[in-house]
Ligand binder design. Structure first.
Ligand code: TGC
Ligand code: FAD
Length: 407
């Protein structure tokens, strides 16, 4: 195997063993990266090896959200990488943002979820739609991880169709009165602040910043997940919550406002999912080289080589897609449909790679000694959130035909 199909080697897998992961670069894509982008990637990879890999298996087995990771992410500049530095963001380009998400999700999708929500779904709407006062109040604290945020769009009866949401607020003169509930909200149980989407008296959707501690606002945790177990998920319940009027995000109203934020988060997922796929490929290749059956490494069997070859092919195609999409994002020229194509393709590819890698590991593949089953179960959420696989297909169908087939 040539150097660029898998750089590096050595052992990884057990939560207690060393993580020697190196990413595949079959088409020499590193030549497309600047020195700064490569540096960002290598520092994130080192961070994941030190701060996530040794512990992630235990966090997931015990369904524990490692709260300490939030400040550590803040120190690494993970939150709001594309937001200007004057608000505490990284002021980086989209390739750098993508590489950060790729490296974190290589460690675990739940950890990437924490980062995506904070950066793309809390900081981004405040930056794009907020007042100067709101930006100054919240963005620096969110950037450092002093504050944790969440994004409330989905409701118990309105998932793929957020336009139907029933959470609403009334103008009471000196405050807004907020009622309703949100479900499946990443970070909710621990969040200090929530960006909540709700309808006004005219059925127009707006974003509101809702701080923990307001009377009538609770965040019950969702238990017994088989997926994203190191990420905390919960509800947002609003029972006559008095929200200060200055907490309305004034920049844009209508469903387009939250959907605009989803573009940024879905971009991060397109990169992140390929990180998880790379980890599965790395582990599968190593296992196949070492595992002996019928007196030979299983890597010598054609059927195993087929699996590895197809994994590398799909990872390489997705890497190219991601790089080009990031360049379009940098030019502010990426369409929602282009982002949908990448999110949909890359998550599906990652899930298929996880399934094939699981088979290569045989029975060992179902254990926590290897990262495979954890990635596979995580990706079952990733293929559903931020727009399901089929909703993204319909977004593409709409783009191709001009005929919306959502309802
Ligand atoms: P539709 O009629 O297509 O659009 C309504 C209005 O929005 C405008 N618009 C956009 N504006 C800005 N950016 C975008 N990307 C936009 N997409 C659409 C559109 O022009 C229109 O504007 P106007 O002025 O004409 O009103 O809306 P629809 O109701 O038909 O819905 C379309 C659909 C189904 C594609 C959309 O509802 C959708 O994407 N549904 C999926 C819901 C979803 O993705 N939810 C995600 C929740 S957040 C989450 O999962 C976080 S997990 C995070 C983690 O843990 O990592
Ligand atoms: P539904 O919309 O009920 O869909 C069920 C099935 O029906 C899917 O297969 C779907 O593709 C299909 N379907 C629906 N409509 C159509 C149609 N028109 N045509 C064809 N098929 C259709 N949301 C947030 O707001 N914030 C968060 O932080 C957040 N974090 C999440 C974390 C986790 C772990 C999970 C699992 C979800 C999270 N979500 C979050 C919610 C997520 O975005 C929704 O689960 C997702 O949008 C799908 O909604 P739903 O689960 O209600 O499924």
């Amino acid at each position: 195997m040539s150097a660029n199909t898998l750089q590096g080697g050595g052992s990884r897998t057990k939560s207690t063993s060393r993580d020697d992961f190196e990413s595949p670069d079959f088409y020499q894509l590193d030549e497309l990266l600047t020195d700064e982008q490569k540096l960002i990637r290598s520092s994130m990879r080192d961070f994941v090896k030190q701060e996530i890999s040794p512990y992630i298996e235990d966090w997931c087995q015990q369904a524990t959200f490692p709260e300490g990771i939030v400040k550590k992410f803040g120190e690494m500049g993970v939150f709001g990488p594309t937001i200007p530095s004057k608000y505490g963001g990284g002021g980086m380009d989209y390739v750098s943002y993508g590489l950060i998400m790729q490296e974190i999700e290589r460690g675990d999708s739940g950890m990437r979820s924490t980062a995506s929500v904070q950066g793309s779904l809390v900081m981004y709407p405040i930056y794009m739609l907020g007042t100067e006062e709101q930006k100054k109040t919240y963005l620096p604290k969110l950037a450092t991880g002093e504050m944790l945020g969440c994004f409330g769009l989905t409701e118990p009866d309105h998932g793929s169709n957020p336009a139907g949401m029933t959470t609403h607020f009334r103008d009471m003169g000196d405050h807004f009165l907020l009622n309703g509930s949100k479900m499946w909200i990443s970070n909710a149980p621990k969040a200090d602040v929530a960006v909540v989407w709700a309808k006004d008296e005219n059925q127009r959707i707006h974003g509101l910043i809702v701080e923990r501690g307001l009377e009538g606002f609770t965040t019950p945790e969702t238990h017994d997940k088989w997926s994203l177990r190191a990420s905390c998920t919960g509800e947002l319940v609003f029972d006559n919550v008095k929200v200060p009027k200055e907490n309305l995000l004034p920049g844009k109203s209508g469903l387009g406002a939250p959907l605009m934020c989803l573009d940024s988060a879905r971009f991060g997922i397109a990169w992140g999912a390929i990180g998880a796929a790379m980890d599965c490929y790395y582990s599968a290749r190593k296992y196949a080289m070492e595992r002996i059956q019928f007196e030979k490494p299983i890597a010598s069997f054609q059927l195993v080589q087929k699996k590895l070859a197809e994994m590398l092919t799909e990872i390489t195609k997705a890497q190219l897609l991601n790089w080009r999409l990031a360049k379009l994002m940098d030019q502010n020229n990426a369409s929602t449909a282009q982002i949908s194509l990448a999110k949909r393709n890359n998550v599906a590819v990652a899930l298929e790679i996880a399934r094939e890698a699981r088979q290569i590991h045989g029975g060992m593949g179902i254990t926590g000694d290897y990262p495979i089953m954890r990635h596979m179960m995580n990706l079952e959420s990733v293929i559903t959130y931020e727009g399901t696989h089929d909703i993204h297909l319909l977004i593409l169908g709409n783009e191709i035909t001009g005929i919306p087939a959502f309802s």
